[in-house]
Design a protein. Structure first.
Length: 223
């Protein structure tokens, strides 16, 4: 976790130390030295094989090319839409479009699946990554909250996310936004790995359904 005190906001990067290590969220370009040093405490940065993120935004993928330079065997993996509209041009090496809700990717000790979540919460290229081995959903900007926080928590993440949305109005609300979040709740999830929040170890299904309820409440007000 990197906490920026000036804006009272935190950014998470996740390292999956599989046979083919995967970094989920790179951090912005200015954070690259910090993130690289943190990765180096676990494994040599040059051994990273996969770089992924929820959507194309500086805090999630701003230093992807710095990582590609350091890790000669690494490939950027994201949604087909992200590759088509942005990454085929932005990446220094050709990215890989993950199959939506289909193929499982074996990293060697971790089986991963990708799920497209267009406009949930922001752009149409958004998605989430699911580690079926540890039952962890890498959520991107779902459940965003402000401030600093413990690395893991079972405390409520719905109300902090609702408060953050009241502040930022970041959701690209659409009629099916709640339905897309409810679909994620059907996965067997033990941990919700948030981009801007702790790793949630409580009832993931209940949290996702609660988030969907809040989304649908907001849609009904707009409608």
């Amino acid at each position: 976790t990197t906490h920026i005190a000036d804006i009272n906001f935190s950014f998470n990067q996740y390292l999956i130390a599989a046979d083919e290590p995967l970094l989920f969220h790179t951090g912005g370009r200015q954070l690259f030295p910090l993130v690289k040093d943190a990765v180096a405490k676990v494994l040599p940065p040059e051994t990273i094989q996969w770089i992924s993120f929820g959507h194309v935004e500086s805090d999630e993928c701003g230093s992807m090319n710095e990582w590609l330079a350091v890790s000669p065997g690494a490939t950027v993996g994201a949604s087909a839409t992200a590759c088509m509209v942005s990454l085929n041009d932005l990446c220094d090496r050709t990215p890989m479009a993950f199959d939506n809700a289909g193929e499982s990717y074996d990293l060697g000790g971790h089986m991963m699946r990708w799920f497209d979540t267009p406009h949930v919460p922001h752009g149409w290229e958004a998605g989430v990554l699911y580690d079926a081995t540890t039952k962890t959903l890498f959520c991107g900007d779902l459940f965003t909250q402000v401030g600093d926080y413990a690395a893991t928590s079972s405390a409520d993440i719905i109300e902090p996310a609702s408060q953050a949305e009241d502040m930022y109005h970041a959701w690209a609300l659409a009629p099916d936004s709640g339905t897309r979040v409810r679909a994620l709740a059907e996965l067997d999830i033990a941990n919700l790995a948030l981009m801007h929040g702790p790793v949630f170890t409580g009832n993931a299904k209940e949290a996702l359904v609660g988030l969907a309820d809040d989304i649908e409440r907001r849609i009904s007000v707009v409608g």
